[in-house]
Ligand binder design. Structure first.
Ligand SMILES: [Ca+2]
Length: 92
């Protein structure tokens, strides 16, 4: 997910309510990272944790601001992958 299309991606999956639910986030991961099974698996595993941790206002959905934190995590994982580093590190 490139930086310049974060807003675009968010709008596409968040739908009319402008918030990204767990289900919508899963759908985004399935669709956008579908060609990389390991990355997909890793991210899907983290979804409940991400929702819980990044959802600052506690409504169970991600706003665009909250989603940006998630997109940075994806970027970090992709960088690790490019460098051939393990994706197991849970630190952020
Ligand atoms: Ca939504």
């Amino acid at each position: 997910m490139a930086d310049d299309c974060v807003q675009e991606k968010f709008d596409k999956y968040a739908g009319n309510d402008g918030l990204l639910s767990e289900e919508e986030l899963r759908k985004m991961i399935e669709t956008e990272i579908g060609d990389d099974c390991r990355m997909k698996e890793r991210l899907l595993k983290r979804v409940p944790k991400i929702i819980k941790r990044k959802d600052d206002d506690g409504d169970g959905q991600l706003s665009f601001e909250e989603f940006k934190v998630f997109s940075r995590l994806v970027k970090k994982l992709q960088e690790k992958k490019e460098k051939g580093q393990p994706l197991d590190d849970d630190s952020e």
